[in-house]
Design a protein around this ligand. Structure first.
Ligand code: CA
Length: 226
C-alpha cells in the first residue's frame, strides 16, 4: 500500500515516514499544501495523511480541491488538539477520518488499516480469501492453516491482491501501489515478486489463487466468488 504523507514539520514527517516504512507501506512525502496537491493529483495512493496546518495551502484547501477534482482516495486529517472547527471542517470538505495531535503511532496504523479496507469487502484486520488468510496486524499469512513466511515486499503484494480480489491488476498498477516514487522499479520486477509469492501460496496446492492474464496483468481469484 502506498501512502502520501503531507506534513511540514520535518521531525514529525521523518518519524512517521520511517515508522510507516517499517510497517511495509510505500511512502511519498510532501512538505506543503501545493506540493501535496501535486502528488495527490499525479500519483495513485491508497491513503493520504494530510496535516491541516500547512504552508502555501492548508490541508482543508488541499482536501477540498482533491474532492473537486474527483480524487476519492481516503484522506486522514491530522488536526491540532482542541481545534474542533478543524475536525468539523475537515470532514465537511471530504476527509474520511481525522486524528488529533499528539497521537499514538499505533492509533495511526489502526486508522490507516481501516481506511485501506474501506471500499473492500474485507471488514476485519484478517484478510480472507478462500483458505488464504493474511493477518495485517502480525503480517503473517496462512494457507489452509499453514503459516507462510513472507518478506516485506511479498507481504505488501499479497495484501494488495487480497484487498482487490477478482480484479485484474496490471503490472503498472501493482508497481505504483507497492513502491514509492524514489524506488519505482521497472514493472517487470512485479513478475519476479509474483513468482516468489506463487511459490509460497500456490505451488504446493491444487487450487491456485494467482492467475496470470497474458498481456494484461494478474488477478487473485476468490474461488467462492467466481
Ligand atoms: Ca503543520
Amino acid at each position: 500500500m502506498r501512502i502520501l504523507l503531507v506534513e511540514d514539520e520535518t521531525k514529525m514527517r521523518d518519524f512517521l515516514k520511517q515508522g510507516l516504512e517499517e510497517q511495509r507501506y510505500a511512502v511519498d512525502t510532501a512538505e506543503d499544501g501545493d506540493d501535496g496537491l501535486h502528488w495527490a493529483l499525479n500519483f495513485p495512493f491508497d491513503v493520504i495523511v494530510l496535516d491541516v496546518m500547512l504552508p502555501r495551502k492548508n490541508g482543508l484547501e488541499v482536501c477540498r480541491e482533491l474532492r473537486n477534482q474527483r480524487i476519492l482516495t481516503p484522506i486522514l486529517m491530522l488536526t491540532a488538539r482542541d481545534a474542533i472547527d478543524d475536525r468539523v471542517a475537515g470532514l465537511d470538505c471530504g476527509a474520511d477520518d481525522y486524528l488529533v495531535k499528539p497521537f499514538a503511532f499505533r492509533e495511526l496504523l489502526a486508522r490507516l488499516r481501516a481506511l485501506a479496507r474501506r471500499g473492500s469487502s474485507q471488514k476485519s484486520t484478517r484478510l480472507i480469501v478462500g483458505d488464504l488468510v493474511l493477518d495485517t496486524l502480525t503480517h503473517t499469512a496462512y494457507r489452509a492453516d499453514n503459516p507462510i513466511e513472507l518478506t516485506a515486499k511479498e507481504y505488501a503484494l499479497l495484501e494488495f491482491l487480497m484487498l482487490h480480489p477478482n480484479q485484474v491488476l496490471s503490472r503498472t498498477i501493482i508497481a505504483d501501489h507497492l513502491w514509492n516514487y524514489d524506488y519505482a522499479p521497472d514493472s517487470n520486477v512485479v513478475d519476479v515478486y509474483i513468482r516468489f509469492l506463487r511459490k509460497k501460496i500456490d505451488d504446493a496446492y491444487e487450487e491456485k489463487y494467482i492467475r496470470t492474464l497474458r498481456g494484461t496483468g494478474y488477478q487473485l481469484v476468490d474461488p467462492h466468488c467466481d
